[in-house]
Design a protein around this ligand. Sequence first.
Ligand SMILES: [Fe+2]
Ligand SMILES: [Fe+2]
Length: 333
Amino acid sequence: MTTAAPETVETTDPSALEAVFDAAVAADERIEPRDWMPDAYRATLVRQMAQHAHSEIIGMQPEANWITRAPSLRRKAILMAKVQDEAGHGLYLYSAAETLGTGRDELLDKLHSGRQKYSSIFNYPTLTWADVGAIGWLVDGAAITNQVPLCRCSYGPYARAMVRICKEESFHQRQGYELLLALSRGTEAQHAMAQDAVDRWWWPSLMMFGPPDDESAHSAQSMAWKIKRHSNDELRQRFVDICVPQAESLGLTLPDPALRWNEERGHHDFGPIDWDEFHQVLRGNGPCNEQRLDRRRKAHEDGAWVREAALAHAAKHSAPEHTDRTEHPEASA
Ligand SMILES: [Fe+2]
Ligand SMILES: [Fe+2]
């Protein structure tokens, strides 16, 4: 009679593995890349992290549109730093997704062929300079509200990436607020420009939290796995409650006649969201969907030589005969 050692049983029996995973999630421990995890957990994370990474790099486009036209050197430097941060966020997240066994090439291919989505907010155009402020204040603000709870996500690499991303997002939100404040306190025309931008970005930023809880396909399972910590509607409410006093300090009006404090609930009530618009943009019919994807594909093609050069460089340096010492004898002392 042969019996397997107990540890072998533990690492191959699917129900035992699942029990170890469930216990770790229940105890608020982190799941790491080498740990066993259910296939559906892995697939959900890859889908969410890919969509998140895609949003970071597509999100560079609407604001990059204003870099050459920023009204001062200071504003230009801030905007360039912000757009570069977004590229960095994309890199952290693609790297985090790679720890689940899904390569960056595969994810980019899915983005370019329309098989994976990015946040619909980036399919709206940036018509004036004030849009840079409205994006920072509202879009980065909504992103922070969504992402701070992800710092406690059950998957370790995703949670750790979010810690750094959230620090940078808070700079993005502040620069947007400060930009809008300067415009709001400026000339009448500048104030009107700031108000117009807020009028256009307010509702799409509320849509960033996703469909209402009763229509959200993935929410319940994601919350059980502690990938998500709060529901879409909870986060949306939190965001509205944060924005109302900030809009007041900015001297700007949020474009919702139904917006008012509800003493009983301890929250602001707000008007209905146009979910038809949300689904139209999601389906590819937003004002800039085509332009965003075309530009992304072209940027990828234009960057092919950089990827080839980086691979050639890495191959050369990993070759056994290659050492710096033969080229730089002074370094061998
Ligand atoms: Fe970002
Ligand atoms: Fe940002």
